[in-house]
Write a protein that binds this ligand. Structure first.
Ligand code: NAD
Length: 365
């Protein structure tokens, strides 16, 4: 598998953004976000998203250089409209505004609507945590087709609605970044299993009649099956709440059939950003949080487990490793990127020169 350095990968994405119409800052934000997702180990939300983004630009469903606008600003409440712009840009603007308001008010309840795909939600939690704030993110998504069934249902009614809570570093402990999709496995993982002819884990899918199946093919042929929520009724409930809080409160909309559109992924998000110092003496709060994390982490590892980790730790480990060794890009993603680049005037030779790589497995980074 090709290993590409984060710098070269970012340069590649920046070039692709620029050639498809983005100004420099937008290109930088998109590249930084996607490469950070790869570095964090979440390849499903990394540079492999670029072909979908460029397809959306081509169909005028994603407009380069669109900025967010404030639809409501009242006390701690903020509603930001992403106007269908790059999620990496409009969510960045929205989160920066929410942090600025939380500095003044102690908290901000920010609803972002109508943003194109905002990627890995942990990225936004990390921004809040780095500024010293706790943040809670409920996100819904509207794309061309439902893929997740409600608990007990036999067909798909929504998508993989992600949830995130971020706690800043306190008292020598690193930040806690809890960030996950509410389906048992990501749609990207079903695609990989399908391409390899492998079965998916038990409990992940149902077929078109609502019966459990391990065959990923049910997601790629009519009549289609559906993904199941993680944690049975609990994950289902969380996914439902994400659609209601992010979709209905923001005005961006829940996953209703009339909103589905081809070649686009729209995200809405409710973010609650809190200043922990407003709850009492910050030293004592930080010490309590840190003591608890220390206590939990000290649990003896179960057989086959190296050590107990806290949410956010796998991503930090991945970042350290991939920054040192490069980001592995699978052959399929590589060829999709090459084809997408060709469509916007970046030939294979230029692509490989920027990537410092021919895609054959030998990096020249
Ligand atoms: P996942 O199943 O890998 O879960 C990730 C969470 O679990 C992280 O908080 C991680 O730190 C924690 N974790 C993992 N292993 C751990 C361990 N051994 N001990 C302790 N904590 C551990 O993530 P996922 O559900 O596949 O989601 C992947 C990404 O996809 C997320 O970043 C999510 O935001 C993103 N996503 C985005 C959208 C969108 O519409 N924008 C939709 C779905 C998912």
């Amino acid at each position: 598998m090709p290993q590409v350095t984060a710098e070269r990968l970012a340069e590649l994405i920046k070039t692709m953004c620029r050639r498809s119409g983005s100004a420099e800052r937008e290109a930088q934000l998109v590249a930084d976000h996607l490469v950070a997702a790869n570095l964090s180990g979440h390849d499903s939300h990394g540079v492999g998203m670029m072909p979908a983004y460029i397809a959306a630009v081509r169909e005028d469903r994603l407009r380069p250089n669109t900025v967010a606008t404030v639809a409501l600003d009242s006390g701690p409440f903020l509603v930001v409209d992403g106007n269908g712009g790059y999620g990496q840009v409009v969510a960045h603007e929205a989160i920066e505004r929410a942090i600025a308001k939380a500095r003044v008010e102690g908290l901000c309840l920010m609803a972002l609507r109508n943003a194109h795909h905002i990627g890995r939600i942990g990225h936004w939690g990390e921004l809040c945590a780095a500024a010293g704030f706790i943040s809670i993110h409920y996100v819904n998504a509207i794309s061309h087709r439902a893929v997740v069934a409600p608990h007990g249902g036999a067909d798909a009614r929504f998508v993989t609605n992600p949830y995130c809570t971020a706690i800043p570093a306190m008292d020598g402990e690193p930040p806690v970044i809890l960030d996950f999709a509410t389906s048992l496995i990501a749609m990207g993982k079903v695609r990989v299993a399908h391409n390899k002819g492998e079965a998916v884990p038990e409990g992940a899918l149902i077929d078109a009649d609502g019966r459990p199946t391990r065959d990923p093919g049910v997601m790629f042929a009519e009549p289609r099956g559906a993904l199941r929520s993680m944690g049975q009724q609990k994950g289902y409930g969380l996914a439902l709440v994400c659609d209601i809080l992010a979709g209905a409160l923001s005005g961006g909309g829940t996953f209703l059939p009339e909103r589905l559109a081809r070649n686009t992924i729209i995200n809405n998000m409710l973010a609650i950003v809190l200043d922990p110092a407003r709850f009492g003496e910050i030293g004592a709060i930080g010490a309590e949080m840190a003591a608890f994390q220390h206590w939990v982490r000290a649990s003896p590892p179960a057989p086959g487990v190296e050590r107990v980790m806290l949410p956010g730790e796998p991503e930090r480990r991945s970042r350290a490793e991939r920054l040192a060794r490069g980001v592995p890009v699978d052959a399929r993603t590589w060829e999709e990127l090459v084809a997408t680049a060709a469509g916007i005037g970046i030939g294979r030779a230029e692509f490989e020169r920027i990537a410092g790589h021919g895609g054959s497995g030998a990096a020249h980074a």
